[in-house]
Design a binder for this molecule. Sequence first.
Ligand SMILES: [Cu+2]
Length: 151
Amino acid sequence: MMIRIALSALLLTAGVAAAAEPTATIHELNRGPAAGETFAYDPALVRIPVGGSVRFEPTDKGHNVVPIRSLWPAGVPSVDVPFNSAATLVFDKAGVYAVQCTPHNGLGMVALIVVGKADMAEFAAKAASAPGLAPKARAKLGVLAGAADRA
Ligand SMILES: [Cu+2]
């Protein structure tokens, strides 16, 4: 499945997915890359150019990918990668895209996709005050935003 995230349209373009290599791949894991970490996207931070793509790989079962709506660029349609499904998302608009796993966001299962040039300080401030975020999710987003800022 390939989902193209555009300013005004969400297109299913499965034919393209077969042909094009994704710019980055994020694995959905029960055990994170860090010692003792559970339920994580790996890597949890990717930077891609505008028009780049991210493949979500259900390496372990029981995870999905949905936007954190308060931390999603304005005007960009929502995405929803169903449980246990591989999907490639194409990002056509610069910005910072925060996603989470529905059952595990409270455990900090979130990821950031930074597309093109982005103001990470502005994003970090938004993440610090965004409503409805679980403490671990908010903390992880802050760490990821800091890492992106230094990259
Ligand atoms: Cu999960």
